[in-house]
Design a protein around this ligand. Structure first.
Ligand code: SDX
Length: 438
């Protein structure tokens, strides 16, 4: 969506005035739907000769978007105007995937058509299964996922010439095949026979069956497990311009096809400061448990500036209150563990750690609350998903959001290749020194 079209909306916001070297410049202000405001600096360099400096883009909006809205102060998250709480409670994941990509909740005809495409595209080319045989044993699932997703573009080259051509098919193909790739990578890692998708199972039921069904031990797909997985995937489906989504947009802005752009997003998500945190949380909780539940030691480490240790699953660039997704997941933990008759000591440890941290001045004054990753691993464990696949699960959920954001960037009539500037603080110009004089 171009800035001009935003500014053409009725809401009028007074311009901002910037004074540089005694000269004043008027800069337009862009007003968002929920009164989020930004100073449009797209002509700043041309007008003033100055760029802006904002490491980590803490104060910088990279685009306008009509997909997701976050309010970090109030803990609000909505997709296409629908509150996350309602979507998580009343939808299944593929309904929300459709909403994010197409901009409206599917009617019954659209929903059935989308389901039909997901079934039609649920297999991967049989040759791709041999890719798994060439990864070293114990290869991280996120490595395999990004390689396999990138490789999909070699089987579907039609995207290369026109990135937006039949994007509805490509989106369905990716959403369905990423689930198959994830389940197959797990089966291969276990040395178990692959379980193929079945046409008469829902998206989430198919995934669980493909992960855990065995010829000698049929898997019973619990409706509660399917409901919990739907909820988790919905809660991870989009989150405006986070690190991996910005990566997908930036790579896509160079004209790269969707598969390669998503593969880049998968790699960005893997970082322990980002989507890799759900795996890091469980590792941290297990370490605390092994260390005799010595909470104080780890809280003190997290507060110690000389120590790089951070409390995984705590803090957020935007949320300075409870992450609304974390609240929903924390509640879902109880329900699922009770229904599946599973008890997990890590849930008690997580609760205790949260309680201590939220009563500690260091965390309180920095607005550090549990984020989406703090409790999600407890549910994945209850479902039987191995820790090293937790971030893969995050990627399965986030895929529709990445696709929607990539599409929005591609469709922007004012879209440009992303190319931030810098402030050079290196050596001043100096004469060359030949080797003999060095
Ligand atoms: C996700 O952006 C998104 O929307 C991401 C995400 C999505 O859906 O896409 O929500 C998913 O990535 C959630 C975040 C998962 N990461 C973690 O749980 C890792 C632990 N969290 C931190 O690394 C940190 O909180 C970040 C990376 C999430 C946010 O970092 P910021 O915004 O750059 O904040 P900061 O590092 O500048 O922290 C501000 C202060 C610092 O202390 P001071 O310099 O002010 O003294 O808070 C401290 C930090 O040291 N701090 C922490 C902390 N997080 C911040 N101290 C201890 N433990 C932590 N977890």
């Amino acid at each position: 969506m171009s800035i001009m079209s935003i500014m053409s909306k009725e809401k009028s916001c007074p311009d901002a005035t910037l004074t540089v070297e005694g000269k004043s410049y008027s800069l337009p202000v862009v007003c968002g739907t929920e009164n989020d405001r930004a100073i449009d600096i797209s002509t700043l360099l041309q007008q003033t000769g100055y760029t802006t400096l904002d490491p980590g883009y803490k104060n910088t909006a990279s685009c306008t978007s009509d997909i997701t809205f976050l309010d970090g102060k109030e803990g609000i998250l909505s997709y296409r105007g629908y509150a996350i709480e309602e979507l998580a409670e009343k939808c299944v994941f593929i309904e929300v995937a459709y909403l994010l990509i197409h901009g409206h909740l599917p009617n019954p005809t659209e929903y059935e058509h989308f389901r039909g495409l997901l079934n039609q595209f649920s297999l991967i080319h049989e040759d791709m299964i041999h890719f798994f045989d060439h990864f070293p044993p114990n290869s991280p699932p996120m490595t395999m996922l990004s390689v396999m997703v990138n490789s999909l573009s070699t089987y579907y080259p039609e995207m290369s010439d026109d990135p937006l051509k039949r994007l509805d098919l490509t989106a369905a193909r990716l959403i369905s095949k990423i689930r198959t790739i994830a389940a197959f990578s797990y089966k291969k890692s276990m040395g178990h026979p692959l379980v193929y998708p079945s046409p008469d199972r829902s998206y989430c039921a198919n995934f669980l069956n493909m992960m855990f069904d065995k010829p000698v031990q049929p898997y019973m797909v619990h409706p509660e497990a399917v409901a919990a997985l739907n909820k988790l995937l919905i809660l991870h489906a989009d989150h405006e311009q986070n690190c991996s989504t910005s990566t997908v947009r930036l790579v896509g802005s160079a004209g790269v096809n969707l598969y390669a752009s998503i593969s880049a997003g998968i790699n960005a998500l893997w970082g322990p400061l980002h989507g890799g945190a759900n795996e890091a949380v469980v590792t941290m909780l297990e370490t605390i448990h092994r260390d005799g539940d010595n909470f104080k030691k780890y809280i003190d480490m997290a507060k110690d500036k000389s120590n790089s240790f951070k409390l995984s699953g705590f803090g957020h660039r935007v949320y300075k209150t409870f992450d609304p997704r974390g609240k929903i997941i924390k509640e879902a933990c109880d329900d699922l563990l009770e229904v599946l008759n599973v008890s997990d000591p890590l849930l008690d440890i997580a609760r205790r750690l949260e309680e201590i941290a939220l009563n500690d001045q260091y965390f309180v004054e920095r607005n550090l609350f549990p984020n989406v990753d703090f409790y999600s691993g407890i549910i994945y464990r209850a479902l039987g998903i191995p820790t090293n696949m937790f971030t893969v699960m995050f990627a399965l959920g986030r895929l529709p959001g990445w696709i929607a954001q990539w599409k929005e960037q591609q469709e922007d009539p004012d879209g440009k290749i992303g190319r931030p500037r810098q402030v050079y603080i290196g050596e001043p110009s100096r004469p060359f020194v030949p080797m003999s004089e060095r």
